[in-house]
Write a protein that binds this ligand. Structure first.
Ligand code: IMP
Ligand code: MG
Length: 183
């Protein structure tokens, strides 16, 4: 029985359990690629990656340092995908192993720009771990070294992802319908 959108439960795209298991697998993959590192700098892209980052680092066996960067996009029709740094990294990245942790790679503009800027800081290694990828939306190429899930071109919320700052605290990932409610 359904009472319509107001009382129906959100339809889950990725459950808590699916996310939990995938995060552990990603951590094992990352650890396998960095057997020798004395420390991995995990750099979360605010705000969407926060839930993913805290779960991921707790599953990593090596010492980690944590830092955050925040971007804002101000693209327009004439200049699509313009991205600026709203909050810069506090730590020095030179000579260190850096893992950028992002919620979702959509058009790719944010990550392409951010990785370009971070490379200028001369880290020893620079990799990207993204929870979600929407390959159908890509406008610029981005190499995702560790990917949680590839998803269709739908707007999703939960587990850190928002719509106008709402829904971040859903423990799962849900598709947001055009009427603004997760289905
Ligand atoms: P890109 O520059 O187009 O790759 O956009 C990346 C940013 O857009 C992500 O870091 C998110 O903050 C936001 N974004 C893209 N798709 C979604 C979505 O489905 N739900 C919530 N935020 C999204
Ligand atoms: Mg983001």
């Amino acid at each position: 029985m359904s009472d319509g959108p107001k009382t129906s439960r959100p339809t889950v795209l990725l459950s808590e359990e699916q996310i939990r298991r995938r995060v552990c697998e990603l951590a094992a993959e990352i650890a396998g690629n960095h057997p020798e590192t004395d420390e991995l700098v995990c750099l979360g892209v605010l705000k969407g990656s926060v839930f993913f980052l805290v779960d991921l680092v707790r599953a990593l066996p090596m010492p980690v340092a944590i830092d955050f960067v925040q971007t804002s996009s101000y693209g327009s029709a004439s200049k699509p995908g313009e991205v600026s740094i709203k909050k810069d990294v506090d730590l020095s990245l030179a000579g260190r192993d850096v893992l950028v942790v992002e919620d979702v790679v959509d058009t790719g503009h944010t990550l392409a720009r951010l990785l370009g800027l971070l490379r200028l800081r001369e880290p020893r290694s620079l990799e990207l771990c993204a929870l979600l990828d929407k390959p159908d939306r890509r406008e610029v190429e981005v190499t995702i070294d560790y990917l949680g899930f590839s998803i269709p071109d739908r707007f999703v919320v939960g587990y850190g992802l928002d719509h106008a700052e709402a829904y971040r605290n859903l423990p799962y990932i849900a598709v947001l319908e055009p009427d603004g409610a997760p289905r």
